[in-house]
Write a protein that binds this ligand. Structure first.
Ligand SMILES: [Fe+2]
Ligand SMILES: [Fe+2]
Length: 531
């Protein structure tokens, strides 16, 4: 069992040895024999206990004792055996080497100790003091060192396995590198929990067309460097290391730093820079770090490709949406704003991340069916005849029929939105007259987003409404045209909606002043726009 060892408390300055014996003479002899002892450049720190109580106190305060020289008999009892059992089974320390020492030649006891207790040696004190001490200590420390490496590498591998699955699920670059830095720090410096977050580390990204790497995630002294160009943040020497790591998916492990580069096939590049605690070199195998690096590179590639596909889809849908709007001479950022309003509504409504993404991306093509409606009707600036009105209403079913056969969730969502964005909560909408929650939430969301934007925008047949009139309309139509919960969300977050309206406002929109007031006209408005 390799457990319960807080590796952050392991000393790298010396090897700790605990002598447990009630005989002061033994302490003195061992201390004297080992006073100049050094193993792998590190001296010993000798801790001494004369009773089992003292031993337990020292053990609880020093989790990184490498070797215990333990007297079998403390007083008249074989307490040493009980103590060995306690250390292994209760304290759970399987790393410390335990050498039992005894002055009596009792073969039965020796056999019992070796067979039944998890000890690493059984020595006669006389032999140990006279000739074997150095050999026993050296072989025990060597074993302790190796088992510690094994333990740390096992922990690192476990961490890498967990991290790899976590990284595969990340959807944003910032999230991805925050997780990467956290786990790299853990694996390299072997910190537990949040300890060690002061260790300085950063990740920086260069997107297509950028000239600079910009910091996207940072800890320690780089915590406030987010968005800064990398060359402004790192020293010349450290920046040089990144250049050395180079243009390919490579990593460099120097005495003080871990540096790695990640190049995705979509053209996005990233670098990770992490300062190593001096414990790092002693603990984790270089090959394990390379495995971790390769896993990060693979996850980064997947993330970048996903982002590229998503961005391309998003742009294509905007372009399609704009094409439809342009046909109605409704130029500008209408579809962009509808998409952004839909995102707020979906998030605040409590939809899942995936559903928020679907409704946000699909919303721009809500009116795609208008492609099949003739310009003479769509661009008619005055009231429509009943038959023209029926033709305009058919843009919902036309849109649905264009999209409905896809198996892709995104296009399925777009089909629902195209079909249902003119349904009304009270069942008086079209084309199916669905009511309340019979209307898919995507349809209900886009209805609010589309009408909110359409009312505030100029159209060939109307001027933009002022905000108070728009809000009064939504108040009036709460539970009639619109899902009341969504109207509440609109009111509660009106600031965010207005920010979007302002930020993505239309420029140079042609306003045809044929409708001289803001009076709501269901015939013209329902036919031409969102309601
Ligand atoms: Fe529509
Ligand atoms: Fe619209």
């Amino acid at each position: 069992m390799l457990s319960n060892l807080p590796t952050d408390q392991i000393s790298n300055d010396c090897w700790k040895i605990l002598i447990i014996d009630d005989d002061n003479f033994i302490h003195k002899v061992i201390e004297e024999s080992l006073k100049d002892y050094v193993f792998e450049g590190r001296p010993l720190e000798i801790l001494q206990a004369y009773t089992s109580q003292e031993a337990l106190r020292i053990l609880s305060q020093n989790k990184d004792i490498a070797l215990i020289l333990l007297d079998v008999y403390i007083g008249s009892e074989a307490i040493g055996l009980k103590l060995a059992k306690y250390i292994r089974e209760i304290v759970g320390n399987s790393l410390v080497r335990i050498i039992l020492m005894t002055s009596s030649i009792d073969n039965t006891l020796r056999k019992e100790a070796v067979v039944n207790y998890d000890i690493n040696g059984y020595e006669y004190k006389k032999d140990l003091m006279s000739k074997k001490l150095h050999t026993v200590v050296t072989s025990s420390l060597r074993y302790y060192r190796d088992i510690l490496h094994m333990y740390n590498n096992k922990k690192a591998m476990e961490e890498i396995a967990t991290t790899s699955s976590q990284l595969f699920g990340k959807e944003s670059i910032e999230d991805f590198f925050e997780t990467t830095l956290y786990h790299l720090n853990y694996v390299i410096n072997l910190y537990e929990d949040n300890y060690g977050f002061d260790v300085s580390s950063l990740a920086a990204v260069k997107a297509n067309g950028d000239n600079h790497f910009r910091v996207v995630s940072g800890f320690g002294k780089y915590q406030s460097a987010i968005h800064s160009p990398l060359e402004d943040v790192l020293s010349d020497g450290d920046y040089g290391l990144i250049k050395d790591a180079g243009t390919s998916n490579n990593c460099i492990i120097s005495e003080d730093n871990f540096v790695s580069c990640y190049n995705s096939s979509s053209g996005v590049e990233a670098v990770v820079f992490l300062e190593m605690d001096n414990k790092g070199e002693n603990h984790v195998n270089y090959d394990i770090l390379k495995v971790f690096h390769r896993n990060i590179a693979a996850s980064f590639e997947k993330l970048c490709i996903n982002m590229e596909i998503e961005e391309t889809q998003r742009e294509i849908l905007y372009i399609l949406g704009e094409l439809t709007e342009a046909k109605s001479e409704e130029t500008g950022n209408h579809v962009l704003r509808v998409s952004k309003y839909a995102k707020i509504l979906a998030e605040k409504y409590g939809l899942s991340k995936r559903d928020v993404m679907l409704v946000t991306m699909a919303a721009p093509i809500h009116d795609i069916g208008k492609i099949a409606i003739s310009d003479s009707i769509l661009l008619k600036p005055c009231s429509l005849t009943p038959s023209e009105w029926e033709i305009v209403k058919s843009h919902t079913t036309i849109g649905y029929n264009i999209l409905k056969n896809s198996n892709r969730d995104l296009l399925k969502s777009a089909a629902i939105i195209a079909h249902q964005h003119h349904e009304r909560y009270d069942g008086k909408g079209y084309p199916q007259g669905l009511k309340g929650e019979e209307i898919h939430i995507f349809g209900r969301i886009v209805a609010v987003a589309d009408v909110f934007d359409a009312l505030g925008s100029p159209r060939v047949y109307k001027k933009p409404w002022v905000l108070n009139d728009i809000l009064a309309y939504f108040k009036e139509e709460r539970g009639k045209h619109f899902d009341p919960k969504l109207v509440d969300i609109l009111f509660e977050n009106i600031g965010e909606f207005l920010e979007i309206k302002e930020k993505f406002s239309d420029e140079n929109i042609k306003v045809i002043e044929q409708v001289s007031d803001n009076t709501f006209d269901s015939n013209t408005f329902y036919g031409k726009d969102a309601k």
